[in-house]
Design a protein. Structure first.
Length: 427
């Protein structure tokens, strides 16, 4: 107890000994040092869950798809190939029953060239499937890289429900795939994608879904539309189905040549004898290899204020739209060279920090614009963070230490709204 009190008191004395001076942001012409070597890191993998139909009315099928970029895997050379190996552990639990399912998979990813091991457009994909009763579940996936032993866990809450009462037609969740090849026995696409990111203009994505009909002989009209960020329909395809099995799986293509950069919404609609059903999902168009967290190119350019001058930012903003992505990439490659990298790793690191700041420091402003966000973007993750003032009797404050740089920053939540202001920096 005494040690804890002394430690808190010592930290408070350090804080009180520092002048409470608000530090202004860097002058527009005075670029701060950006420590791109201080890696923030990014998630090892991503997952998505999909509710599907089964032939058993009392059951619902759950598919869990995970995706790992080659760049996040640890490859080792074996003869003329490079191989990465992972262990995948799935557990499903519910509040009333505890763990109700557990599955383990061991997967290998083999590539023929060292360059491909650093690819952000090639993936290792894993799929788990199980049939469950309708209800609410917690899904946890643990991935262990067998070479580096890096381990990461992702959890999701899922609510599984049967079709609405009185239905005549129903569609499952919409899964995106990179080809129209299917594993017919498992009713799964061979190349599902979690990110749905479109890397080139010639690409075609495929919407994959279950169609459940009460009377297969009734005419069923399917339409698949893609809407851009402004809500404008930029792609549409349709299909009419008569006959077949009551439960079937289908692909519908999404031609990407006319799509533009940004986040797109896919809407699948089914109509039969006056009854309609709908399913939605999202994907992003990214022809030039922008970081995954970039959704708006103009916003991404404005977020470069810690690595670019005001004049450089204005020139990029004023660039003709069709050239803006390429000019953006060119800026990073010219000013922060990353020889041998397919995608500029320094650019990726910078926007990893932007995403982290927006997720953890959001307040009256976007997280990257706050004082903590600014320091994170410039210097990366602190060596140590000292947090104080959790109870109601003390003004919350944090001390960020960068031991390798000989720097210390003090942030204070002066107004109690969770937006910490930089009040002192020690060099």
């Amino acid at each position: 107890m005494c040690d804890g009190i002394n430690k808190s008191a010592a930290a408070l004395l350090i804080l009180l000994s520092l002048p409470w001076l608000i530090i202004a942001g860097p002058a527009e012409t005075d670029l701060p040092r950006w420590d791109h070597e201080a890696k923030l890191g990014q998630p090892l993998f991503a997952i998505q869950t999909y509710q599907r139909f089964t032939s058993q009315p009392e059951k619902v099928r759950l598919d869990v798809v995970l995706e790992v970029m080659n760049d996040m895997l640890q490859f080792v050379r074996q003869d003329q190939e490079f191989i990465a190996s992972v262990e995948l552990n799935l557990s499903i639990s519910s509040a009333g029953q505890g763990q109700i399912d557990r599955q383990v998979q061991y997967l290998d990813k083999k590539v023929s060239s060292f360059k491909t091991t650093n690819s952000r457009r090639d993936f290792l994909v894993g799929v788990f499937s199980t049939d469950l009763s309708p209800g609410r579940y917690t899904v946890a996936v643990v991935l262990i890289d067998q070479e580096s032993r890096r381990r990461e866990t992702i959890e999701r809450k899922v609510d599984l429900s049967p079709p609405e009462p009185g239905w005549r037609v129903s569609v499952s969740d919409l899964m995106l795939a990179r080809s129209s090849e299917a594993d017919t026995e498992r009713r799964l696409p061979l190349r599902p994608t979690v990110s749905g990111s479109v890397p080139d203009e010639s690409a075609t994505l495929y919407g994959y879904f279950d169609l459940l009909r009460r009377d297969p002989m009734e005419v069923c009209r399917l339409s698949l539309s893609v809407y851009d960020e402004d809500g404008e329909e930029c792609y549409m395809d349709s299909l009419i189905i008569v006959g077949g099995a009551p439960l079937s799986a289908y692909f519908m293509p999404i031609r990407c040549s006319k799509l533009t950069f940004g986040r797109n919404e896919v809407v699948l609609r089914a109509e039969s004898d006056g009854d309609t059903a709908e399913s939605r999902t999202f994907f992003s168009v990214n022809f030039h290899g922008l970081p995954d967290g970039v959704r708006d190119i103009d916003q991404a350019i404005l977020q470069m204020r810690y690595v670019a001058t005001e004049e450089e930012i204005r020139r990029l903003i004023d660039t003709f739209p069709s050239q803006k992505e390429r000019r953006f990439i060119d800026f990073w490659n010219e000013n922060f060279q990353a020889p041998g990298e397919i995608v500029n790793g320094k650019m990726i690191e910078y926007y990893n920090r932007v995403s982290y700041a927006n997720e953890h420091f959001q307040g009256s402003r976007d997280g990257w614009e706050t004082d903590r966000g600014r320091i994170l973007l410039i210097y990366g993750r602190p060596t140590e963070i000292d947090r104080h003032g959790i109870d109601e009797y003390e003004t919350p404050y944090e001390i960020w230490y960068y031991s390798h740089l000989g720097k210390r920053f003090v942030f204070r939540d002066e107004y109690g709204f969770g937006e910490y202001r930089l009040v002192n920096q020690v060099w």
